[in-house]
Ligand binder design. Structure first.
Ligand SMILES: [Ca+2]
Ligand SMILES: [Ca+2]
Length: 302
């Protein structure tokens, strides 16, 4: 009965106004302007994932850290099939072997953290292959169904770590992050968050967020998640409808590369530390969660 009452109360709040839910930390329904993609933008770069393997002229695997928060990034967890990029998250008791292509790197960097038993997932990025400046960036995706982890479409450049009180030298732009699967029981789990980070990740770190916004049944169905990056602000969209705008610190004036990733909450390769608002890992060994991406497209202003 209490659960039903909470769901009813939350539903009423969400319908009243797009802004009221956010004052309670609840997700809101996108109600802003329409993107008007075709009249304002033209396609300049894309990957439709039509091949049978990752297009290495467009993407590289991100494995530099190997260990990533509560899990590990491994290229075997990334697949391209049936017109989709699929990043799978799964548990490997004995870990996965280090791909041969990394052996040289390991010999030169002996302090690099290795792979061990735990949760494995993946990350691909266009670093060294493609960087964009301004325009509209969109992916179409189905999100991984698990607590204790999240998927994301985001952008970065090396200037993000430069601490100068500004985001103009580089800003991490999180087009979307999905960390609310734990909230499914009270009806607010179908939400994603968007935000920015700049001036590194230490004491100088600054950031801002537009809060949580609903997508349509995002763990079962495709939605599009996009950001319009103009010289003056970032405008976030879900399914071509504006959710919010950010410009704190000034908008990045430098090209940025694109990233698709899944991350497991935790630290030092150990899951279950509830540090990222995801709830504890609900999957058991043998379970998998898939982040399915139909395409990534980049448009420039006409
Ligand atoms: Ca800076
Ligand atoms: Ca596709």
């Amino acid at each position: 009965m209490l659960v039903k009452f909470i769901r009813f109360f939350v539903a009423i709040l969400m319908m009243i106004s797009p802004t009221i839910p956010h004052t309670f930390g609840l997700p809101a329904i996108p109600k802003g302007q329409n993107l008007d993609l075709e009249s304002r933008f033209e396609l300049v770069w894309s990957d439709e994932f039509d091949g049978t393997e990752l297009d290495r002229t467009k993407w590289q695997y991100n494995w530099w850290e190997l260990q990533r928060k509560g899990g590990f990034w491994h290229e075997d967890m990334v697949d391209v099939k049936d017109g989709k990029l699929v990043i799978t998250t799964a548990y490997f008791e004995g870990g996965l072997p280090v791909p041969e292509a990394y052996h040289d790197y390991f010999e030169k960097h002996p302090t690099t953290k290795g792979y061990k038993g735990g949760w494995y997932t993946g990350c691909v990025e266009t670093r060294h292959h493609y960087e964009g400046l301004y325009g509209y960036y969109e992916c179409r995706a189905i999100l991984p169904k698990s607590t204790g982890m999240w998927s994301a479409f985001w952008m970065m450049n090396d200037g993000v770590s430069n601490v100068d009180g500004s985001g103009k030298d580089g800003t991490e732009v999180d087009v979307f992050e999905s960390m609310y699967y734990k909230d499914m029981w009270w009806g607010a789990g179908d939400a994603v968050v968007s935000g920015i980070h700049y001036d590194g990740y230490g004491e100088g770190h600054q950031g801002d967020s537009i809060g949580k916004w609903f997508a349509n049944n995002p763990y079962e169905e495709y939605n599009t998640y996009g950001v319009e990056w103009s010289p003056t602000e970032y405008i976030f969209y879900i399914n071509g409808v504006e959710t919010g705008r950010l410009s704190k610190g000034g908008v990045s004036q430098n090209p940025e590369y694109l990233i698709l990733s899944c991350e497991v909450a935790g630290a030092n390769g150990v899951a279950d530390a509830d540090r990222h608002g995801t709830g504890k890992m609900s999957m058991k060994p043998g379970d998998t969660a898939e982040f399915i991406v139909d395409y990534v497209r980049v448009y420039q202003y006409k």
